[in-house]
Design a protein around this ligand. Structure first.
Ligand SMILES: [Zn+2]
Length: 329
């Protein structure tokens, strides 16, 4: 079963999160495999999306935030878009748009960064927004400071965390056809920083980047975790092998009902709005061509079918919403 564990290194400004997605991950893969239009993911795409899913769960679990965290890669290669959404309660869904097929053993840049134009975006979309509030979004390229393509998703995200939060972060990610897993180690903001002015906090944190010996030692230990170990060993064994010389405080693990799990929040209402967005003419064209409008959810595979009467009703409803109280019918 899927599980997520948080822990602190006693007396040190370092925290960690470890996630293993099993049933949550295989459900995403099964739903994709049973989609007759797309078929199953190629192994290289599957592993990239699995690493993204583990990373997004780690990042959501690591922040205090009520809303959805969306991790996206906009590729310039065969993978056009890969997206993972994780809600505050760790309900998650993921999908990728791939065209044409990806070769076995393809690297990250062969999939999403062929001409160095690929981008990775992280969006925090609050559940309740004040009027006009936009979701927060940060975007990083898929190349390093010297313009060289980065071949590990973990390195892309470490770069993002350093830029956006001024915090050293170490990520180890791995995925296959059964498990998507990840380990995050992060340096905490300086103790007592809460008493200082905002600008001072950020300055002091910046000065600490790369210099905290305790963080550096633990980061080296974390980085020694091999892909195979992360995929096959249980959480207790991983933590004991890596950090047996450190003193760790564990939090109550998120397992069972509170564990990360697959859930899709698509709805007939939302699909209806999308059809209205196409415009009446376009919708009527589709209906005269095929007799109905059918839209499949890319995340869960659910099919939404609108016959001519349903579709006509969508536009009637839309008019009433747009102009309430005027020209009553
Ligand atoms: Zn869905």
């Amino acid at each position: 079963m899927s599980e997520l564990h948080k822990f602190l290194f006693d007396g040190l400004p370092v925290r960690g999160v470890l996630v293993r997605l099993t049933d949550a991950w295989t459900e995403i893969l099964q739903r994709r495999a049973s989609n007759t239009t797309t078929g199953a993911y190629a192994p290289a795409v599957r592993d990239m999306l699995g690493e993204m899913t583990a990373a997004a769960a780690l990042m959501q679990a690591n922040i205090k935030f009520d809303g959805s965290l969306v991790l996206q890669i906009f590729g310039d290669g065969p993978v056009k878009v890969a997206v993972v959404e994780v809600q505050s309660d760790l309900a998650l869904r993921a999908t990728a748009t791939v065209q044409p097929q990806v070769e076995p053993g393809a690297t990250l840049s062969q999939m999403v960064n062929v001409r160095n134009l690929g981008r990775c975006a992280i969006t925090l979309d609050p559940k309740t927004k004040f009027p006009g509030q936009q979701p927060y979004q940060g975007v990083v390229p898929l190349f390093d400071d010297h313009g060289h393509a980065i071949e590990k998703l973990s390195a892309v995200l470490e770069h993002y965390m350093l830029q956006s939060e001024q915090l050293d972060t170490t990520l180890v990610l791995a995925a296959d056809d059964k498990v998507a897993a990840g380990l995050l180690i992060q340096r905490l903001p300086m103790a007592g920083a809460g008493n200082l002015a905002g600008s001072m906090v950020s300055k002091e944190n910046e000065d600490q980047i790369g210099l905290n010996e305790n963080y550096n030692r633990i980061a080296v230990l974390a980085s020694s975790l091999k892909r195979e170990e992360l995929l096959t060993l249980d959480v207790e064994t991983i933590l004991r092998r890596l950090f047996w010389e450190e003193s760790i405080t564990r939090f109550e693990p998120l397992v069972g009902d509170t564990a990360p799990r697959f859930a899709c929040n698509c709805s007939r209402e939302r699909v209806g709005k999308m059809i209205v967005g196409l415009g009446r003419e376009e919708a009527e064209d589709i209906i005269s061509e095929r007799g109905d409008i059918e839209v499949g959810c890319e995340f869960c595979g659910l099919q939404y079918r609108f016959d001519p009467i349903d579709a006509a009703q969508l536009f009637v409803d839309a008019v009433q919403i747009v102009s309430p109280g005027t020209e009553a019918h």
